[in-house]
Design a binder for this molecule. Structure first.
Ligand code: 8VR
Length: 470
């Protein structure tokens, strides 16, 4: 089987992780420009001031994407380039920068797939309360409208938010992302509700414009599985699915928050200050979502929490390895003997990916899906000048096999975006953790080199994945 012609083979990036040019072109300061400079917050105190200099090398980078045969490029817009203070005057240089990127993609026939928010919030808004404040949600809708009006004639695929669970959890519970708060559950739930409201209102604003493109949200897809058949561990895994998946998926797809979490919030006195008109808009916007974007890296293996611990703030678990109790202390994730893991302790499990997709369909029906991120973080070996990222090829191949199988089973999957198109700055793990098809040589003026995976993916796209899954 070949992948259908309307299935998009793509790859992704995010503004803060690739652009650099942090104070150029009239750009405002973001919360990450500030947070990454607090000593000890990131690996080796790396920051995105230069990143991989995509701000200046976008033309060369897009030419490489075209050479690879990429059908779609998922990138994010830096809010601070469009509205330096988050609100107020639009910065024409920021609009011009993304016009160039979009036009260059289209010149090659690469479909621009745009994320409005991949974590870099204007610092002015962070200082005024960040996602904890309803003003940020309002400002986001205005920012989204500015982008629809400026780019919507050519951009027909929009993602509002990338992985809201990550910036909310890390920002309000783990202290690992801005604003750096620890265990503030009240602020956490407040923030998640504000983001969901902002998403709903941006979707409505998009639909009101009748630009005839599609809009959705990208969530983390990390289905939880019990480590065994014991009822208490099964219940623990269900609990994790409720808190980590359904709390975020249900309001977007069904227009309402899950009852069980609402009850928990009441019991714990954590109910957000949600207004009837907000809940109304969340409900109205749900059927307007055109697709759901999923970022899949690994599942969660879960058991009941038998310790009194509720938080594990070690660098390892904060950056995604198992070994952490859930924030409410009910369950915990564990590493299992019979599984394989990356150098950063993330499980490699294409079978759990497929199983998760089946679970999703069962619960939410067969809506249109894109895999908006999937890939392997590794330190790629260089042998005689060749970047031999064979484990990455293997990783993507087995996950594309799962995608193919899912499509065979009738799951409505319309595209796959590898993370990442080019090596880039990891939020917390610096440049050491590589994900790209294109290598960036930090010892040689950020020179771009093609990895083995570059040629492999080029072949997969050219043959529409015909040889996969055999
Ligand atoms: C996703 C994020 C993306 C990347 C990839 C890989 C980190 C990283 C945590 O959660 O959307 O920005 O972020 O995962 O892992 O290493 O920077």
């Amino acid at each position: 089987m070949k992948f259908a012609h309307d299935f998009l083979f793509g790859a992704a990036s995010a503004a803060y992780q690739v652009e650099g040019g942090w104070d150029e072109g009239g750009k405002g300061v973001s919360n990450w420009d500030v947070f990454s400079k607090i000593p000890g917050k990131t690996f080796e105190n790396t920051n995105g001031d230069v990143a991989v200099d995509h701000y200046h090398r976008w033309k060369e980078d897009i030419a490489l994407m075209a050479e690879m045969g990429l059908e779609s490029y998922r990138f994010s817009i830096a809010w601070t380039r469009i509205l330096p203070e988050g609100t107020g005057e639009v910065n024409p240089q920021g609009i011009a920068f993304y016009n160039q990127i979009i036009d260059e993609c289209l010149r090659y026939g690469i479909v621009p797939f745009v994320t409005l928010y991949h974590w870099d919030l204007p610092q002015a808004l962070e200082a005024a309360g960040g996602w904890h404040s309803k003003q940020t949600a309002e400002a986001f809708v205005r920012y989204a409208e500015v982008c629809f009006d400026a780019f919507g004639d050519r951009v027909k695929h929009w993602i509002t938010f990338n992985e809201m669970i990550v910036f909310c959890r890390h920002g309000y519970l783990a202290g690992a992302h801005p604003p750096g708060l620890i265990d503030d559950k009240k602020a956490y739930f407040e923030a998640t509700h504000n983001v969901i409201t902002a998403h709903a209102r941006a979707v409505m604003a998009y639909k009101a414009r009748r630009q005839f493109g599609e809009i959705g949200i990208t969530h983390v897809f990390s289905p939880a599985f019990s480590i065994d058949d014991s009822p208490e561990n099964i219940a623990a895994a269900e609990h994790v699915n409720l808190m980590d998946t359904h709390w975020f998926y249900a309001p977007v797809l069904k227009g309402e928050y899950p009852e069980a979490v609402i009850d928990y919030l009441k019991r714990e006195n954590l109910t957000p200050d949600w207004k009837p008109e907000e809940l109304d808009d969340i409900c109205k916007a749900a059927p307007m979502n055109d697709f759901l974007g999923l970022n899949y890296y690994q599942p969660q293996r879960v058991m009941k929490n038998d310790t009194s611990e509720t938080l594990n703030l070690s660098h390892e678990t904060v950056t995604g390895a198992p070994g952490s109790p859930s924030f409410d202390g009910v369950a915990k994730t564990v590493k299992m003997e019979d599984k394989t893991y990356t150098k950063w302790g993330w499980e490699i499990a294409p079978d759990a990916f497929l199983e998760g997709l089946r679970m999703l369909r069962q619960r939410y029906g067969n809506m249109k899906l894109y895999i908006t991120e999937n890939g392997l973080g590794d330190e790629d070996p260089i042998i005689d000048g060749v970047i031999c990222d064979v484990p990455r090829i293997r990783y993507i191949e087995t996950h594309l096999n799962a995608v193919k199988q899912a499509i065979k089973e009738g799951i409505n999957l319309k595209g796959y975006f590898a993370w990442s198109v080019i090596d880039l700055l990891s939020w917390l793990n610096g440049f050491k953790k590589q994900y790209g098809f294109i290598y960036v040589d930090h010892a040689d003026g950020l020179k771009r080199k093609k990895k083995l995976s570059f040629y492999w993916y080029q072949h997969i796209i050219a043959t529409r994945g015909e040889g996969l899954g055999k």
